[in-house]
Design a protein around this ligand. Structure first.
Ligand code: ACO
Length: 445
């Protein structure tokens, strides 16, 4: 099959959010630390009514309804998540409850895990399935979903929650470029979840930021070579200028801005004498040295150098992340949703989107997509801005109480959740009960 890519996207985020300016005051940190320092405005929050199963059920059912898809037409379904609530039973099997009525049980794929990278790995598996001899002519569906929350402390304002469903098949309007996926994986302890009874990770925050930027370097330099070899002149490496839009995994939006600056830095190291780099040439001396990852002058210099391009090429994709927070596996796909939901055809059709996915531990890939037909249906169905504006604000105190409630109840059996369901958006699944054998049941508003 040709032009394998994305036919439809659906993005779910919880209706409740906390305002980051209010959280700064509540936490007693200096004004601007979360909003300017981390680039976050609002953060989505869930009480005990939502879990990985419920947000995945919501996003799949909403996608199927909005796009009038038959469950019989889906032959592959994989879930990427790190919000593990069961060491054996996959979220995918829970989602099979939605297929029951259609009688379709012939659906390959289960769950995939590695920090924020599982969604991307699932997308690659789905693309591979469609392009393989195993393909039976039907569509593939991927769910990237997580509830991201941290223990009290500096990482807490970088939580969030969201789920993205990605419908994949041939002859799509948004096509994956072939043969250019560029991956970097290694063994690191930057962020991991060894405490199986807790939702919270063990995180070495500043180290994880550096690990992310190192992966940007490794993946992007490989990508530029692979892309040039496949699609252009191998002598002339692709550069940031050749990418029209970019979507990054967004643990916080400031890190995304730093990553974008780092792409231009990599470009400069290939061509330091080019006069366009005159204002930042002084930083070329750092090369890819250890120091280059810690020098604040270099970091700020490259952010300043790429400021206008950042507004144009990256800001449309981080709109959702700025207002929802980190969504782990869903993050980079929420960025793509944000971009496609807000960009007119004149600025997106025939354009190329560079994508960077990072999962701690670590696994990362730089890859690209091309929009080959109108993106109107993404704009008509995602409606991200409208839906974000209709959310309900909770105070930082309530936010802290919700996290405490989740901490205390996540592992219980014979439990009836107490969270208020009146704030949930129409079409949202919620946890109704965990019975005496830990079996969870859900209902939909
Ligand atoms: N006004 C404006 N900016 C401010 C202010 C202020 N009043 N106060 C601080 N800042 C800036 C700082 O200068 C810093 O910016 P810089 O890094 O560009 O210099 C930024 O705000 C953050 O301040 P720090 O003091 O560095 O923050 P802290 O150490 O408390 O925590 C961190 C930041 C490490 C990112 C923390 O939130 C964290 O651990 N997050 C989770 C880990 C994470 O997301 N890692 C990313 C990859 S892994 C993954 O995706 C999970």
């Amino acid at each position: 099959p040709a032009n394998v890519g994305i036919h439809a996207l659906e993005f779910y985020f919880p209706t409740k959010f906390v305002d980051q300016t209010e959280l700064e005051q509540f936490d007693g940190v200096s004004a601007g630390k979360y909003t300017i320092g981390l680039g976050q405005n609002k953060m989505a929050v869930c009480d005990d009514r939502e879990d990985i199963n419920s947000i995945s059920l919501t996003v799949v059912q909403n996608l199927v309804e909005k796009h009038n898809i038959s469950f019989k037409d889906i032959g592959y379904l994989e879930v990427g998540t790190e919000s593990i609530i069961d060491k054996s039973k996959s979220v995918k099997t829970v989602l099979m409850s939605l297929f029951e009525e259609s009688g379709n049980h012939d659906v390959e794929g289960i769950d995939t895990k590695n920090a924020c990278y599982g969604g991307t790995a699932s997308v690659f598996n789905a693309v591979n399935w469609v392009e393989s001899s195993s393909w039976d002519g039907r569509l593939a569906l991927v769910v990237a979903a997580d509830i991201a929350s941290y223990a009290e402390g500096p990482a807490r304002p970088t939580g969030g929650a969201g789920a993205v469903a990605i419908l994949i098949g041939p002859d799509a309007p948004v096509v994956f470029d072939q043969g250019v996926r560029s991956t970097h994986m290694n063994h690191l302890w930057d962020f991991y979840k060894p405490e199986l009874a807790s939702e919270y990770p063990t995180v070495d925050g500043h180290f994880s930021n550096t690990c992310y930027i190192r992966s940007v370097d490794a993946c992007y330099s490989l990508f530029t070579k692979k892309f040039s070899k496949r699609y252009g002149n191998a002598e002339k490496l692709i550069k940031v200028q050749d990418l029209d839009h970019l979507a990054f995994h967004a643990p916080n939006c400031k890190l995304v801005q730093k990553a974008f600056g780092r792409l231009a830095y990599n470009d400069m190291l290939q061509d330091p004498e080019n006069e366009i780099y005159a204002s930042v040439k002084e930083y070329a001396k750092f090369g890819h040295s250890e120091e280059s990852y810690y020098d604040k002058g270099l970091e700020r210099g490259m952010m300043q150098f790429t400021k206008a391009d950042y507004q144009k090429k990256v800001v449309p994709s981080i709109y959702a992340s700025t207002n929802v927070g980190n969504m782990y596996t869903a993050s980079v796909w929420a960025c793509l949703s944000s971009l496609l939901s807000s960009t007119p055809d004149e600025e997106i059709v025939d354009k190329r989107i560079g994508m960077f996915s990072y999962g701690s531990g670590s696994a990362a890939t730089f890859f690209s997509l091309k929009v080959v037909a109108s993106a109107q249906k993404f704009r008509d169905t995602l409606l991200i801005k409208d839906r974000l504006e209709k959310r309900v604000k909770v105070t930082p105190q309530i936010f802290a109480e919700h996290l405490k409630l989740r901490e205390e109840t996540a592992q219980l059996k014979d439990y009836n959740p107490i969270g208020d369901i009146s704030t949930l958006a129409k079409g949202t699944y919620y946890l109704e009960r965990i019975d005496e054998k830990f079996r969870r049941t859900y209902k939909r508003v």
